[in-house]
Write a protein that binds this ligand. Structure first.
Ligand code: DX5
Ligand code: ZN
Length: 260
């Protein structure tokens, strides 16, 4: 089934999206990205850090500021030690923006809730690989893709890369958690970059690339580290929503020269 929600990937596969055009138009290429294909850097602000008393305004502000996707962190109080929000808030965000919605499920039994998030407008849905997430990973990924949504898989900092490796050929995006999931505002874990590098190496030998997303503690400094290791999608909550100037924060994450 054709997947919904452009852009489907940050990677350009077609000739109409040539490297020369990308270099001319994308400030993010200021980084020395080492993947075999040129990838544009996607900035996905996490609404978890937004001011929910004026959520509509927050969504409009990040869209105007240059966000590419909007990241929605769904926590159930079981798989992680926090409860965030559910499909109703995602539906609200969907009404406020046409940007792709990147839904990160930190929940048990994802397969039960996936249809609800698809119904309210998710463009990509990422699920956890750990057994504690209590779902059949193969089935849930298939369920997401068959519904026309992009399928992502993620792993906690304590989880070995070997657990996700067998699934790489069946997903659109690997999310490398750079903090233990559950709360915003934590310190970036540089030790997770080895997983980013392994995913980037995997990408090199494949025609169909996957996006490599990082999530947790991403600021201008750790964004640079992540990109240099091969990440091309950056989730950021605190560093955007707790800043005064969202556009400046997003430009800094992209590494646009002259903003620091
Ligand atoms: C952590 C969430 C992250 C978090 C990122 O459980 O998955 O998306 O909101 O927030 P910051 O950027 O504040 O670390
Ligand atoms: Zn997240």
């Amino acid at each position: 089934m054709k997947q919904r929600g452009a852009p489907s990937s940050a990677f350009c596969f077609s000739s109409e999206c040539g490297t020369a055009v990308l270099i001319a138009t994308l400030p993010s290429l200021h980084y020395s990205f080492t993947a075999s294909l040129v990838a544009r850097i996607i900035i996905a602000p996490s609404v978890l850090a937004a001011d929910f008393s004026r959520l509509s305004d927050e969504i409009h502000r990040i869209e105007t500021a240059g966000a590419d996707w909007i990241h929605c962190d769904i926590m159930d109080g079981h798989f992680v030690d926090n409860i965030s929000f559910g499909p109703d808030i995602v539906r609200f965000v969907r009404k406020e923006t046409s940007l792709p919605l990147d839904v990160h499920l930190m929940i048990e039994h994802a397969e039960y809730y996936v249809p609800r998030f698809i119904k309210v407008g998710a463009n990509s849905i990422t699920v956890h690989v750990e057994p504690e997430a209590k779902h059949d990973v193969v089935k849930t990924l298939r369920q997401i893709r068959e519904a026309g949504c992009r399928a992502g898989l993620t792993l906690n900092p304590e989880t070995a890369f070997d657990l996700v490796e067998p699934f790489l050929g069946t997903i659109d995006m690997l999310l490398v958690m750079t903090v233990h999931p559950g709360f915003g505002g934590q310190e970036f874990r540089a030790d997770q970059m080895e997983k980013v590098r392994r995913a980037a190496v995997w990408n090199k030998s494949r025609e169909r690339k996957i996006d490599i997303e990082v999530d947790g503690g991403i600021n201008d400094r750790t964004a640079r580290i992540s990109i240099e290791n091969g990440a091309n999608v950056l989730v950021a909550g605190t560093s955007i929503f707790h800043s005064k100037d969202y556009a400046k924060a997003i430009r800094e994450l992209r590494g646009v020269p002259g903003v620091n």
